[in-house]
Design a protein around this ligand. Structure first.
Ligand code: SF4
Length: 248
């Protein structure tokens, strides 16, 4: 089933694929891996394979049953554009998205080149927000260029976990940016000036900015719980969304 989400920028998660493989610095402390292994040990249906990539065709129609307009984060437990997910299966995911215009779907990948290749001959449904992770310069920034190639109503960046200074980012064609630090016991620190730099780039280029969390390290460089570190950047919360697609 789809599940209510604790992620600040979405409402429900929908996982028609589970499991993944680590490919980049942002994957180091993958939340989905730890969660999948826990669910496997609890014998939760759908997690018999733990974190091994698994198509879940029985879940494809789940959002059809929900009438209430909802923001869905697609594949919080995987990456829809993993090389072992056939384009024919991704088509089925988008068939459901198209059949439920009352919902908004947030689709985020680290496999930006494969996503761009999928969309070469397709356009994204208007209720699909298409995004890439940008955790650092080397692996993250080139994904923005791939994202810009895609014909979508909303293109967004998840700058989380932010692992270094990104410098002046070109945000042309980008509608929304989320920034967050890493959480969990082995979290890596996010320096305030890195997050502030992204916020300032958004302000200069008129892009909606959402500050999700500090994570395991506070703005003062001290390690404590994610909750204690909170969500304030420059003394305020930043909760902007791409307004025209707001669903409540
Ligand atoms: S791409 Fe996402 S789900 Fe896959 S290993 Fe990396 S962080 Fe985890």
């Amino acid at each position: 089933m789809s599940t209510q989400s604790k992620i600040e920028w979405t409402e429900q998660t929908w996982n028609p694929v589970t499991g993944c493989d680590k490919i980049t610095a942002g994957c180091k402390h993958c939340y989905a891996e730890a969660m999948a292994n826990r669910l496997k040990s609890m014998r939760t249906p759908g997690y018999e394979n733990g974190f091994k990539l698994t198509l879940q065709p029985s879940r494809l129609e789940q959002p059809l049953k929900r009438k209430k307009p909802t923001k869905y984060f697609v594949n919080s437990m995987s990456d829809l554009f993993h090389e072992d997910v056939p384009f024919s299966f991704i088509d089925k995911v988008f068939n459901t998205i198209e059949a439920t215009p009352q919902h908004v779907y947030q689709i985020l990948t680290k496999r930006a080149a494969r996503m761009a290749s999928y969309f070469q001959e397709r356009s994204a449904p208007t209720n699909a927000w298409i995004g890439v992770t940008v955790e650092n310069r080397k692996q993250g920034l080139p994904r923005i260029d791939e994202l810009r190639k895609i014909d979508a109503q909303i293109r967004f960046l998840s700058v989380e976990p932010l692992l270094e200074e990104l410098g002046d980012i070109d945000l042309s064609g980008i509608h929304w940016v989320i920034v967050g630090g890493e959480s969990g016991p082995k979290s890596r620190e996010m320096k305030p000036e890195w997050a502030e730099g992204v916020q300032e780039s958004c302000e200069q280029q008129n892009v909606a900015f959402f500050f999700k969390q500090w994570g395991g390290w506070g703005a003062d460089g001290k390690k404590r719980s994610k909750k204690e570190n909170g969500r304030l950047l420059k003394g305020q919360t930043w909760d902007a969304m791409p307004i025209e697609f707001r669903v409540y």
